[in-house]
Design a protein around this ligand. Structure first.
Ligand SMILES: [Zn+2]
Length: 89
């Protein structure tokens, strides 16, 4: 999934509104930069849980829940599922 498949509107302290692609990013660690004033910021924990709530279905990676689901998939894969595309690097 490309990062820009899921976008979220952000309102900067300077009042500028912009869209940030968040698909596949670690929300808690992700830094975004306001295109108007150049200020870098991160999502607050409240914003993170709000975003998770809103984009649960769309955001495939980066969240604890998704990580759990993924490792469950991998465990199923280890048990011999032929439907799994996971290949270790
Ligand atoms: Zn700004």
């Amino acid at each position: 999934m490309a990062k820009n498949d899921v976008r979220i509107g952000i309102v900067c302290e300077c009042g500028n509104e912009f869209q940030e692609g968040i698909a596949g990013v670690e929300l808690e660690a992700h830094e975004f930069t306001c295109p108007a004033c150049g200020k870098s910021d991160k999502f607050t924990p409240e914003q993170v849980s709000h975003i998770v709530e809103q984009h649960k279905a769309a955001v495939a990676y980066g969240f604890e829940e998704a990580r759990k689901a993924t490792s469950e998939d991998l465990q199923r894969g280890v048990r011999g599922s032929k439907d799994l595309n996971y290949r270790p690097k």
